[in-house]
Design a protein around this ligand. Structure first.
Ligand SMILES: Nc1ncnc2c1ncn2[C@@H]1O[C@H](COP(=O)(O)OP(=O)(O)OP(=O)(O)O)[C@@H](O)[C@H]1O
Ligand SMILES: [Mg+2]
Length: 413
C-alpha cells in the first residue's frame, strides 16, 4: 500500500502543491503544480476569490501531473499576524510509576494555559525542554522517576481571522485543510541537518513578501518570527530607481541582480526601457548591486535584531541557513555573513526522488517540508493506496504517538 500526502505552500509569489510519498530516507515526488499567487500580500489574504483561483490552478496541475484527486492537504501559513511566546508548565507525578505520556500532556496543558486573546488561535505548542525534580535539560523524561515535572514550551499563535480567510480560500478550491503549519518550521524540516538543529541554527526563509525565521537549539524550535519584508521590496526598489514596471524590475533582478557590488565588473552595463515613451536607458550593473545590497542588508539587520530579541544569539553555533526564492540572489550569502557575523549556507530541499527536478530550489523548501512535518504532526490520511510498500503510517507510527504528537494544539490531538 502506498500512502500519499499533499502539501500546499501558499506564498506571496507562487502557490506550490506537492503530492508525494514520505519514505524513511527520501520523499518520492508523485506530482506537483506551481502557479503564480494572486490575492495574497505579505502572508495576508487580500482577495479570497483571486487566491482561491490561484490555489485551484495549482491543485489541478498537481492532480494532472500525479493522476490523483486531491481532497485534503497540509497548508503553510506565515504573515505578520503570527506571534510566538515561550511558557512553562508544571505537574506533580503521583506515586513511584515513573513519568508517563499523560504526565507530559498535563505539564504541557499547564504551560499552554496562558491568556491567549480571543481573536488569536494556537497553531503549535512545541516542548523545548523538561526538568524533573529540578534536574534541567531532560530531553525525554518518559519512564524516569521524580515528583515534579516541568516543561518549557514554545507557543505559536495566529490571528483567527487571517487563518479563517486562508482556510476559506483553500476550501473554495475544494481542498480540506488537514493542518496549518508555520512556514519556517516546514522549511526547516526540508533543509536543516540534525546536527545543525542540535548545535543551534537560525533558519531564514526569504520569500517575496515575508522573511520567515525559526531558531532551532538542542534539536527543537526555541523561537520563531515572521518579518514582513522580502524579495518584492528589492524589486520595488529597482522599479523606483530605474522607473520601470514591477515585472521588468523583477526580470532585471533575476537576470542581472547581485547583492555584492564589489563582486560585479564596474564596467558592465545593461539596457532597460523606462515607463512611457522615453529612450532606453543604460545602467551600470554595479549601481544596481548597490540598490540591492542596501535592501538585503536591511533584511539581515532585521533578522539580526530578531535573533537578539530572542536572547539566543550566543547559542547559534551552526550559524544561519538561508532558503526561499530570494536566497538565489548572487552575493546574498556574503551579505548575510557580514551582517549577522556568523557562518551562512544556502539550502534547498535534499533527498527528493521521483518527479523532483523542478522542486530542487530554495523556493520550494516550505512545500517539501510540509509533507514530512505534516505527517509527523498528524495521523495518516492516505489519499490513495496502490503499491505493496509498507505503510508510511507504520514506519512513522512511533513518531506520531510520542514527542511529535505534542506539537499539536490540544483540540486537534
Ligand atoms: N534567481 C533568482 N534570483 C533572485 N531572486 C529570485 C530568484 N528567483 C526568485 N527570486 C525571488 O524570490 C522571491 C520569491 O521567493 P519564494 O518563491 O520563496 O516566495 P513565496 O514563498 O511565494 O513568498 P512568501 O514566502 O514571502 O509568501 C521573489 O522576490 C523573487 O524575485
Ligand atoms: Mg515562502
Amino acid at each position: 500500500m502506498r500512502e500519499l500526502v499533499v502539501g500546499i505552500d501558499i506564498g506571496t509569489t507562487k502557490v506550490c502543491t506537492i503530492v508525494g510519498e514520505v519514505r524513511p530516507d527520501d520523499i518520492f515526488i508523485v506530482g506537483a503544480g506551481i502557479e503564480p499567487s494572486r490575492g495574497m500580500r505579505k502572508g495576508i489574504v487580500t482577495d479570497i476569490s483571486q487566491l482561491t483561483a490561484s490555489i485551484s490552478a495549482s491543485v489541478h496541475k498537481a492532480e494532472r501531473s500525479s493522476g490523483f484527486d486531491i481532497s485534503r492537504a497540509f497548508v503553510s501559513v506565515a504573515g505578520h499576524h503570527i506571534a510566538s511566546i515561550n511558557s512553562r508548565g508544571v505537574t506533580g507525578i503521583a506515586g513511584q510509576r515513573g513519568v508517563q505520556i499523560d504526565d507530559l500532556d498535563k505539564a504541557i496543558d499547564a504551560a499552554r494555559a496562558i491568556a491567549i486573546p480571543h481573536n488569536r488561535e494556537v497553531l503549535h505548542v512545541i516542548p523545548r525542554t523538561y526538568s524533573l525534580d529540578g534536574q534541567d535539560r531532560v530531553r525525554s523524561p518518559i519512564g524516569m522517576h521524580g515528583f515534579r515535572l516541568e516543561v518549557e514550551v514554545h507557543i505559536i499563535t495566529a490571528s483567527s481571522t487571517s487563518i479563517a480567510n486562508l482556510e476559506q480560500a483553500v476550501e473554495g478550491a475544494g481542498v480540506y485543510v488537514d493542518r496549518f503549519i508555520l512556514n519556517p518550521l516546514a522549511s526547516g524540516d526540508a533543509v536543516l541537518t540534525d546536527q545543525e538543529r542540535e548545535m543551534g541554527v537560525v533558519l531564514v526563509d526569504i520569500g517575496g513578501g515575508t522573511t520567515d525565521m525559526a531558531i532551532f537549539i538542542e534539536g527543537t524550535v526555541w523561537h520563531s518570527a515572521v518579518i514582513p519584508i522580502g524579495g518584492d521590496l528589492v524589486t520595488n526598489d529597482i522599479t523606483h530607481w530605474m522607473r520601470i514596471p514591477f515585472e521588468d524590475a523583477e526580470a532585471v533582478k533575476i537576470q542581472h541582480g547581485h547583492a555584492l557590488p564589489r563582486a560585479v565588473d564596474p564596467l558592465e552595463t545593461l539596457i532597460v526601457q523606462p515607463f512611457g515613451e522615453g529612450m532606453p536607458m543604460e545602467a551600470r550593473r554595479a549601481d544596481l548591486a548597490y540598490v540591492i545590497e542596501a535592501r538585503v542588508e536591511e533584511i539581515f539587520e532585521r533578522v539580526g535584531k530578531e535573533i537578539k530579541r530572542s536572547g539566543y544569539d550566543g547559542l547559534l553555533r551552526a550559524g544561519a541557513v538561508l532558503t526561499g526564492g530570494c536566497s538565489l540572489l548572487p552575493g546574498i550569502r556574503e551579505v548575510a555573513q557580514q551582517t549577522l557575523a556568523m557562518p551562512v549556507r544556502i539550502a534547498r530541499p535534499e533527498r527528493l526522488t521521483g518527479m523532483a527536478d523542478a522542486l530542487r530550489s530554495p523556493a520550494y523548501s516550505t512545500s517539501v517540508g510540509l509533507l514530512r512535518l505534516g505527517l509527523q504532526m498528524d495521523t495518516m490520511h492516505p489519499i490513495q493506496s496502490e503499491s505493496n510498500g509498507a505503510s508510511v503510517a507504520a514506519k512513522l507510527g512511533h513518531l506520531l504517538s510520542g514527542f511529535l504528537r505534542r506539537l499539536l494544539p490540544e483540540d486537534d490531538r
